[in-house]
Design a protein around this ligand. Structure first.
Ligand SMILES: Nc1ncnc2c1ncn2[C@@H]1O[C@H](COP(=O)(O)OP(=O)(O)OP(=O)(O)O)[C@@H](O)[C@H]1O
Ligand SMILES: [Mg+2]
Length: 274
């Protein structure tokens, strides 16, 4: 992806996947890649969309980050487009784009802003978003949905964040990592929870406490410190007050250890029964 960004202008990349799969980590890795630095120099900006709920607010946030002034009577999206056009080339990373995309009951203004931004020939864009579908209305150069880690990478990650020293019991470690579905955030958190305990004990504890175990010691309200916070962010995007059947359906699906077999055929049928 870094090479794609480094070779042409006006590249549009969407990095998708579930919570804690490594979207932000991957996007930051690309943002700081030497080839990308060589093309965009210092004109590479990280825009965290977590607290933004409209197209206008997003335009204002980007203007603030690129340090461009705006008068009170000006239209933020017009000013932003003028500001972005003045760069010989610029790279924007819109992290957690799903927040603004999902929060907008009328998506028109965010969709319009996004298409205006990508229509500027010198602007390249990376978005990260939870889910498996990129925002519509943009012709994406690349869409990557991050899969879970391979067992080897999961082990590497565990050893990186965990206690240094050899783990005597590779089989227990691999079982634990498999039960965590090789999800980076879960592995990061369990590696920290393992300090001072044997793997065998941690595996027993995991089977008993499940996600309650996946948080750093101390009550962090942060999604990177507590997997329940991370999961609740995805659940809240379902708008459960208006879609209570979705929550009911998820409550059933989460009991199935391997998910729903042949879900494309069966989900509509199950949904209609709820
Ligand atoms: N490839 C990787 N190698 C090492 N660590 C990783 C990797 N991917 C993710 N991590 C670790 O996993 C955790 C979650 O990663 P990250 O924040 O990038 O996930 P995310 O997909 O952006 O989550 P969210 O949907 O909540 O924004 C972080 O602690 C990060 O350090
Ligand atoms: Mg993220």
């Amino acid at each position: 992806m870094a090479n794609v960004l480094a070779s042409e202008d006006n590249i549009r990349i969407a990095i998708l996947g579930g919570g804690g799969m490594g979207k932000t980590s991957t996007a930051l890795h690309i943002l700081h890649h030497s080839a990308v630095k060589a093309r965009y120099g210092e004109v590479r900006y990280f825009v965290g969309c977590d607290s933004v709920t409209s197209g206008g607010a997003l335009a204002l946030l980007i203007l603030q980050i690129i340090r461009h002034k705006i008068a009170p009577d000006e239209n933020s999206s017009d000013v932003l487009c003028r500001a972005l056009s003045s760069y010989p080339c610029i790279l924007l990373l819109l992290d957690n784009f799903e927040t603004v995309w999902n929060s907008e009951s009328n998506r028109t203004d965010i969709r319009e802003l996004l298409s205006k931004i990508v229509s500027l020939p010198k602007v390249s864009l990376i978005i990260t978003a939870r889910g498996d579908t990129p925002p519509s209305g943009v012709k994406w150069t690349r869409v990557d949905c991050l899969p879970p880690l391979s067992p080897e990478s999961a082990k590497e990650l565990f050893l990186h964040y965990g206690e240094t020293g050899e783990y005597e019991d590779d089989h227990t470690l691999m079982t634990l990592l498999k039960e965590l579905d090789y999800i980076p955030l879960a592995i990061h958190l369990i590696a920290q929870a393992c300090f001072g305990f044997s793997l065998r004990y941690m595996l027993t504890l995991w089977r008993d406490k499940r996600t309650a175990l996946l948080r750093t010691r101390g009550e962090g309200p942060d999604k990177l410190e507590n997997i329940k916070v991370s999961i609740s962010i995805s659940l809240s995007s379902l708008d459960s007050t208006n879609n209570h059947q979705a929550v009911q359906l998820l409550a059933i699906l989460c009991l199935l250890p391997d998910g729903l077999l042949r879900w494309e055929d069966r989900l509509l049928y199950i949904g209609s029964e709820i």
